[in-house]
Design a protein around this ligand. Structure first.
Ligand code: LRH
Length: 472
């Protein structure tokens, strides 16, 4: 009998239930259910609707039952940094404010009034992103201190869902590191930092590794969905799951986990918390089996997703890519990591304003606008690779692009051109796949990460793109 493992993979714009299994030595994936997600405005803040998301999680589980494919285990992964606070009766306090909300404006200065920015990086190795949990907690502290006082626990979003599924509260390690409150040497909460910030230590859960079983579904949930299964922690930070699924058999590569964000970096066993690394804005996020994800957050496909949305979703991503390709001579470039693109009222306008402000030609068609976005992203990848090579003193042969964005062949080709490296694209389902691999590793289907990654390569292959630019 085939064993199924269920990944519930929730991103900023939607979630999926994917069942994974092994057949004749190859990995097989089956999408069981798909649902929408997004930030909605509530009382002046951009929030996630966790109640609806949890109903969707259960709906997808019921679909497994209907299909007669009961998973042996399941796990949930989501984006990083966001959390909920629960009171002592385990009721959510306040709203689940999302990371693109502006409540963190100015919170960096508040935090640096307590601990110097340099020192914070040195202690945590985490890149400054204004939406990191540390700045969000400061926003709660400054605007709703009563909520923090009443809080009995803090749970990151996937941990909250695991709690609702099993009744167990833990803090999964990879996602914990996105808070900017974890020490990369002890791999535990930086309690001295928490004390400095005045945050109650008791609200933080025990840090627990991917591959740990949380036991079985609670009786109520299993009655509701019609089956029981084990819940096994994946790398609950979606990027950690995606990196686990990179189909590489050596370490001579840089990866890009390409989705709403582009996370570009390498895996390594130790964190680099030097000042040089901070200035280049690299982060040391925790990965599966304590491998660090030394990477840079790049604005990613969010820009083109927003542009597409502003055009009433009338073009598919494939169409936008081909329109961009036809306008590839349009040479205006934006700095995709400029904060003006994080949460603008209107992305197309923000791009035009940026181009005007920097004295460049503004796009006159959708194709030119899309060309500007894709070229700007690929140029940023090119710069990031140079920085990685400079900071590590190594050179890398190829780039693995995984995740939904790896389906954009035009961007894959541009990435090869701007970085001068060979690009290996795929699999597109890396995040769900990485979630499943952690469960399969726990179940003993693979003896090692290398074996699991080889199996990803054998099962899905990669599409290769070569650099076309001279001098690169
Ligand atoms: C990608 C991601 C990224 C985080 C951001 C908040 O989905 O998890 O790694 O920085 O969302």
């Amino acid at each position: 009998m085939q064993n199924y493992y269920l990944a519930v993979d929730i991103g900023a714009s939607g979630g999926r239930h994917i069942l994974g299994s092994i057949y004749n030595g190859k990995l097989q994936l089956e999408e069981i259910y798909r649902f929408e997600n997004g930030l909605t405005e509530k009382d002046g803040h951009l929030c996630w609707d966790l109640e609806i998301l949890f109903l969707e999680i259960q709906k997808g589980m019921k679909k497994c039952k209907e299909a007669g494919k009961i998973p042996a285990s399941m796990g949930v992964d989501t984006w990083g940094v966001d959390f909920v606070l629960l009171d002592k009766e385990d009721k959510v306090l306040g709203a689940a404010v999302g990371y693109r909300d502006k409540r963190t404006d100015g919170m960096d200065a508040e935090v640096y009034g307590i601990i110097e920015e340099k020192q914070l990086y040195n202690r945590t190795g985490i890149q400054k992103q204004i939406f990191n949990t540390i700045y969000q907690l400061m926003a709660v502290e400054r605007t709703e201190p009563d909520i923090l006082q009443r809080a009995a626990s803090l749970l990151m979003i996937p941990d909250y869902f695991h709690f609702l599924l099993t009744g167990r509260k833990v803090q999964e390690y990879t996602n914990a590191t996105t808070t900017q409150l974890v020490n990369p040497i002890t791999k535990d909460w930086d309690y001295a930092l928490l004390d400095k910030l005045g945050t109650k230590n008791e609200i933080f859960q025990k840090i627990t590794m991917p591959g740990t079983s949380l036991g079985h579904l609670s009786r109520e949930i299993s009655r509701e969905v019609g089956f029981d299964c084990e819940v096994v922690l994946p790398g609950t930070h979606d990027t950690a799951s995606a990196v686990l699924a990179v189909p590489a058999c050596d370490d001579d590569y840089v990866y890009i986990s390409s989705g709403t964000w582009s996370l570009m970096g390498i895996e390594r066993m130790e964190a680099d918390c030097r000042e040089e690394s901070r200035l280049a804005n690299f982060t040391n996020e925790g990965g599966y089996a304590y491998r660090f994800r030394y990477l840079k957050n790049i604005m990613g496909l969010w820009m083109i997703q927003s542009v597409r949305h502003e055009l009433d979703d009338q073009y598919s991503f494939a169409e936008l890519c081909s329109m961009a390709e036809k306008n590839s001579s349009f040479s205006s470039i934006v700095d995709v990591n400029d904060q003006v693109f994080l949460s603008p009222e209107n992305m197309s306008q923000a791009i035009k304003d940026y181009l005007e402000g920097t004295g460049q030609k503004t796009p006159e068609s959708v194709g030119e606008l899309a060309a500007c976005v894709y070229n700007s992203l690929a140029k940023c990848y090119g710069e990031a690779v140079e920085e990685i090579e400079r900071l590590t003193g190594r050179t890398f042969k190829r780039i693995h692009i995984v995740g939904g964005g790896s389906n954009a062949d035009y961007l894959n080709q541009l990435t090869a051109d701007y970085t001068g490296k060979e690009v290996c694209a795929g699999p597109g389902e890396a995040t769900a796949l990485g979630n499943i691999l952690a469960q399969m590793l726990k179940a003993g289907n693979f003896a090692s990460i290398t074996e699991a990654r080889n199996c990803v390569y054998d099962s899905f292959g990669v599409r290769v793109f070569k650099n076309r630019k001279e001098g690169k």
